[in-house]
Design a protein around this ligand. Structure first.
Ligand code: PXP
Length: 243
């Protein structure tokens, strides 16, 4: 069954808007787990625009399920990861001006740098996922440099403005997931998934886990976090039976 991991960065974004202590992403992580999430995802950005070092350290001690640390392959953040030892890391590209992670990693062009990071994590017993676009060359390069997982970027599928475009993007994701799975990579997916577009992706049996943040936190403002998580979980569970 596809698993649901919750990204709690968005709670930290709201807190940072005031620069005080609420809402606390640590509380959001605990509530998400109680509501059925099987993993918590946090992105410690170099510019610390949402998650803070304090959050990462507390979450490392309090997460009961699995901590997936999203990060850029920079020396400062690599050191933090090696220090706190999350259950896995996901390497993402990071640009200072972007609103959110805009595109997948260019693994092909950055093989040596990414391999160096993967080797250090592997030595420390931390599995690495690479956040990539649904592209065959990126999948092959990810396999070649020793990634355990890939996370397929679903942003273009989520942002599609016509049914035709959505179908095309869906086909790319389905094909990429199949190819990566056949290569022996474990496959996650995420970015921009919401209550309307998640079902088709959740129905793909080559995908292990979905990482979802914004849509759940947006709904949580109105329904509460427990209900928002449970409703997403119900949708992805039902998807495996209905497609
Ligand atoms: N996966 C990755 C690598 C991301 O950077 C993000 C955004 O923080 C997500 C998944 C979740 O995306 P969203 O918040 O749009 O659900």
């Amino acid at each position: 069954m596809v698993k649901l991991a919750i990204n709690v960065d968005h709670v930290a974004t709201l807190r940072q808007a005031r620069g005080n202590t609420e809402p606390d992403p640590v509380t959001a992580a605990a509530l998400s787990e109680l509501a059925g999430a099987v993993g918590i995802v946090v992105h410690l950005r170099e510019d610390r625009r949402h998650m803070q070092d304090r959050d990462i350290h507390i979450l490392r001690q309090t997460i009961q399920t699995k901590m997936n640390l999203e990060m850029a392959a920079t020396e400062e953040i690599i050191q933090i990861a090696l220090d706190i030892k999350p259950d896995m890391i996901t390497l993402v590209p990071e640009k200072r001006q972007e609103l959110t992670t805009e595109g997948g990693l260019d693994v092909v062009a950055n093989k040596a740098k990414l391999k160096g990071c993967i080797d250090r994590m592997t030595e420390a017993g931390i599995p690495v996922s690479l956040f990539i676009d649904p592209d065959s060359d990126q999948i092959k390069a990810s396999k070649e440099i020793g990634a355990t997982f890939i996370e397929i970027h679903t942003g273009r599928y989520a942002d599609a403005t016509s049914e035709e475009e959505e179908d095309q993007e869906f086909d790319l994701i389905a094909g990429a997931a199949e190819e990566a799975y056949e290569e022996g990579l474990r496959v996650n997916a995420g970015h921009g998934l919401n209550y309307v577009n998640v079902s088709r992706i959740a129905a793909l049996d080559t995908i292990e886990e979905l990482s979802i943040g914004h849509a759940i936190m947006a709904r949580a403002i109105f329904t509460g976090l427990t209900q928002a998580v449970q409703e997403m979980k119900a949708l992805i569970t039902a998807a495996r039976h209905s497609f």
